[in-house]
Design a protein around this ligand. Structure first.
Ligand code: PLP
Length: 365
């Protein structure tokens, strides 16, 4: 079976260094908020061309804490509206509603699968205070257009780069394209820990220090609490692991790029729509997502030939039980995407031989 993702093979490449890093943490006797987290935060901030990076417990928490910090700073208030793409992973929307802010779902552009900037302005009201731009599948949203709109209406721009570590837009790294950005280090992401983890990047010092307090019970100083905070910290062990893997992130994204390039060049089947790289973007191929009217048949055909595939995502957020109030929204592009997308195997350890097999099987469909 050609697996969709092979985390074991991915991490085996770095086994020696990962073991050394773990040993260093075990022997240090210090496991929460120490030098490993600080070292990783510094290198990750610099990787993202950002002034600050704050390690937290997950990607969802990273986004939750950005909104929460803006509330504590008086920049956002309960019931403010936040524009978000309708076809994102549910976590983007959870982060908004968790803060009692109102998600305003906007349709994506069918070429990029990212929010369609042309559809943002019609959704802006007096209550709109922010845009949460998601870089879905590994490609930056159109941040040039989004930032222009944000400037015109004085909105905060928050990035969700959980799927796009290392991607660029006009040569600028995601994580530095808005006011603040949330990253996830869930094991299957382009930069994955061996457990949960996340980070926020920002150039805003005020925001960074507020988030640093919020992730640690709301405390700037031990036993003094300014906010009613959370316990949401990246731990020393995951930070040490991530420091190893960050060194290889560009190389690993390059290998994904090689797989994607081969798929794009050699998959030739009129029933299948291939993903597109939008101008001035560097895609990091978190997922290689094709579209077809015959998804079920294609998935079966792949499986029969020993190839695993997945759907990202089968149910759009507005059709989830958790968001019943959005059930009747008219979002035909989002719905057609959820009906037609299929993700092909994509990871840095996929062999040329397996890629060739996958292409052959798809062209045969
Ligand atoms: C994975 C993901 C998240 C959440 O990250 P976790 O670390 O799993 O909490 C948020 N947004 C998007 C787009 C994601 O893909």
């Amino acid at each position: 079976m050609i697996s969709f993702l092979d985390l074991k093979a991915i991490n085996a490449q770095y086994q020696k260094e990962l073991v050394e890093a773990s040993k260093r943490v075990i022997e240090s006797g210090w496991y929460i908020l120490g030098t490993e987290v600080e070292t990783f935060e510094n290198s990750f901030a610099s990787y993202c061309d950002s002034k600050h990076a704050i390690g937290v417990a997950s990607g969802l928490d990273a986004l939750i804490l950005i909104f929460r910090a803006y509330k504590e700073l008086g920049i956002l208030a309960e019931n403010d509206e936040v524009i978000v793409p309708a076809n994102t992973y549910i976590a983007s929307i959870l982060a908004i509603s968790e803060n009692n802010l109102t998600p305003i779902l906007v349709e994506p552009d069918l070429n990029s699968y990212n929010i369609d900037p042309k559809k943002i302005e019609e959704k802006i009201t007096a209550k709109t205070k922010a845009i949460l731009a998601v870089h879905l599948y590994g490609q930056s949203a159109n941040m040039t257009a989004i930032n222009q709109i944000a400037k015109k209406y004085n909105l905060k721009v928050i990035e969700d780069a959980a799927q796009a570590h290392g991607a660029t837009h006009f040569g600028k790294k995601v994580g530095s394209l808005g006011d603040a950005c949330g990253f996830s280090f869930y094991p299957g992401k382009n930069l994955g820990a061996l457990g949960d983890g996340g980070a926020i990047t920002t150039d805003d010092k005020n925001l960074a220090t507020t988030i640093m307090a919020l992730r640690n019970y709301g405390s700037h100083k031990k036993y003094e609490n300014r906010y009613r905070g959370l316990n949401s910290r990246l731990d020393e062990m995951q930070a040490a692991i991530l420091s190893v893997k960050l060194k290889y992130l560009d190389e690993s994204n390059k290998k994904r790029g090689h797989v994607a390039k081969t798929y794009l060049k050699e998959i030739k089947n009129p029933k299948i729509t291939l993903p597109k790289i939008m101008p001035n973007n560097q895609h990091v191929w978190h997922l290689f997502v094709v579209r077809t009217k015959e998804r079920e048949a294609l998935q079966k055909h792949l499986f029969k030939n020993g190839i695993q595939s997945m759907i990202h995502y089968p149910i759009p957020p507005h059709k989830q039980v958790a968001y019943k109030m959005f059930e009747s929204l008219n979002l035909p592009i989002t719905e057609s995407i959820h009906d037609e997308v299929l993700s092909l195997p994509m990871h840095e350890c996929l062999s040329d031989k397996d890629v060739a097999t996958i292409i052959e099987v798809i062209n045969d469909f």
